[in-house]
Design a protein around this ligand. Structure first.
Ligand code: BDR
Ligand code: CA
Length: 279
């Protein structure tokens, strides 16, 4: 019998991050060791609260630790136009039902990786600040990382600026550390995540489950659909973040292509763009 892949989800919930939390906790092909949070879609306080509220609504109990407040350089940004004022608008969510870990995100990642008897896969679905800090401060643990499968970047155009995707744009220096780490990386950029759409048919199937959690998911995704329509003119919102995890669960869900990727750090108009060498 194949053992589940041990994973740590590093996220900034956020609607699609919230879906990644549910997938990470429920899919038997992976074992969710812990959740860490990073400022991105909302402030660190908001996204951490949202991670805990998602755990409460879904009955998930794993260590949750708060990470970086600001990117490696500069100040944090948020995406209220997409995720609302709370960073997770659209559904009534219960209050957290367990305490945040006293460890920082980097400390928790290091502890979980050290204690695990197998290599661990990191799934970052927000700005890469925590992951970069972990890699810089714990070189002795690099050999215990199986993959870093992240949502971010694009082989084509961006969504936050013409050429930059939000997660990479929010902390390009951190993305640079990760991309240069030499570890096995899997990038799920906009070119693939824009194919993972929460269509009305998908939402109907979830709604038909008729559980409290299913209705919460549908309420969240309907809010996400309205902002994606308003901001990007997309009628069905892309559920970006679970794609980075789905690939670890089943590598056949997407076509993987090996290619060098770098991040633009100095471009006047293109800072945060991923430069992907595929022709
Ligand atoms: C990414 O940015 C955030 O808004 C989403 O949660 C996703 O991680 C998409 O560009
Ligand atoms: Ca995210």
């Amino acid at each position: 019998m194949t053992l589940p892949t041990p994973i740590i989800l590093d996220c900034d919930p956020g609607h699609d991050d919230a879906m990644a939390i549910l997938l990470a906790a429920a899919n038997p092909a992976v074992e969710l060791l812990g959740i860490t949070t990073v400022s991105g879609n909302g402030s660190l306080e908001k996204v951490t609260y949202n991670a805990l509220r998602m755990c409460a609504v879904a009955g998930i109990v794993v260590p949750v630790a708060k990470g970086a407040n600001d990117p490696l350089a500069g100040k944090a940004s948020a995406a209220p136009s997409i995720h609302g004022a709370s960073a997770l608008d659209g559904a009534e969510l219960p209050e957290p039902n367990f305490e945040l870990s006293p460890l920082t995100a980097v400390e928790l990642i290091a502890k979980l990786v050290t204690e695990c008897d197998r290599k661990v896969t990191l799934i970052p679905t927000g700005p890469l600040t925590n992951i970069a800090m972990f890699l810089q401060t714990h070189p002795e643990l690099h050999s215990k990382i199986e993959h870093i499968s992240f949502m971010g970047g694009s082989t084509e155009r961006g969504n936050w600026t013409p050429y930059a995707e939000f997660n990479i744009w929010a902390d390009p220096e951190a993305a640079d550390v990760v991309l240069r780490s030499g570890l096995p990386l899997i990038m799920s950029g906009l070119n693939v995540t824009h194919q993972a759409l929460a269509t009305p048919e998908v939402l109907d199937r979830i709604s038909a489950l008729d559980t409290n959690l299913a209705h919460t998911v549908v309420d969240l995704m309907k809010f996400f659909a309205t902002t994606y329509q308003d901001v990007f003119g997309m009628p069905d919102p892309p559920v970006h973040d679970p794609v980075a995890l789905a690939i670890i669960i089943d590598m056949s869900v997407a076509k993987l292509v090996s290619a060098p990727v770098a991040v633009e750090l100095t471009g006047l108009l293109t800072r945060g763009a991923t430069v992907v060498e595929i022709y």
